[in-house]
Write a protein that binds this ligand. Structure first.
Ligand SMILES: Cc1cc2nc3c(=O)[nH]c(=O)nc-3n(C[C@H](O)[C@H](O)[C@H](O)COP(=O)(O)O)c2cc1C
Length: 182
């Protein structure tokens, strides 16, 4: 990897923050202090966001398959407010990996849909997205977050499959390590 890695998350009830911390800790073991401490996206400026070589971005899905934000009932700004600020900015120098939290049982028709909204926003700015993830081992009806049958980032379900998350994160980080050097 060898480059500065920003880890930014949105959250309402804290699960995505805890996962971001776990990812940072595990990534730190792989790449040392290149992995920065995770920050809530509502504390990040666009200039800081654009200054990282690699971004690891995490979001839960809220509302009706939406990004977290004021419109889905959060008390603070989140991804829904941040992403529009990226419009027209240049991310061609950046590689992005995404992770999303959802509930495949209760929201099985829109599982981790917010991932595709993150994906669309950064791809529109020219970023390269790595870390697509297979659907094996999940049980859901539908997700907008699939391209060619794979999630556009790591899908985690802390409600129904919390016991699987750590192994998924480990495997995903190994995969990223390979994809980031390309
Ligand atoms: C009102 C509400 C709507 C939700 N909508 C979705 C959804 O559309 N798709 C999904 O996969 N999960 C959905 N979820 C599940 C959350 O994404 C999940 O609980 C997640 O772990 C929350 O993360 P956080 O603790 O970081 O806020 C919803 C949860 C709530 C309370």
């Amino acid at each position: 990897m060898g480059r500065r890695i920003g880890i930014y998350f949105g959250t309402d009830t804290g699960r995505t923050r805890r996962i971001a911390k776990l990812i940072a800790q595990k990534l730190g073991a792989l790449v040392g202090d290149l992995a920065e401490a995770p920050l809530n996206i509502n504390r990040v400026t666009v200039d800081d966001f654009l200054a990282r070589d690699v971004l690891i971005l995490g979001a839960p899905t809220y509302g009706d398959g939406e990004l977290p934000g004021l419109a889905t009932g959060l008390a603070q700004e989140s991804w829904a407010e941040f992403l529009p600020r990226l419009e027209g900015r240049d991310m061609r120098h950046q590689t992005v990996a995404l992770f999303g939290l959802g509930d495949q049982d209760k929201y099985g028709g829109e599982f981790v849909d917010a991932l595709i909204l993150l994906h669309g926003a950064v791809v529109a700015c020219g970023a390269r997205v790595v870390g697509f993830w297979p659907t094996d081992g999940y049980s859901f009806k539908a997700s907008q977050a699939l391209i060619d049958g794979r999630f556009v980032g790591l899908a985690l379900d802390q409600i129904n499959q919390p016991q699987l998350s750590e192994a998924r994160i480990d495997a995903w980080l190994q995969q990223l390590a390979g994809e980031l050097v390309k």
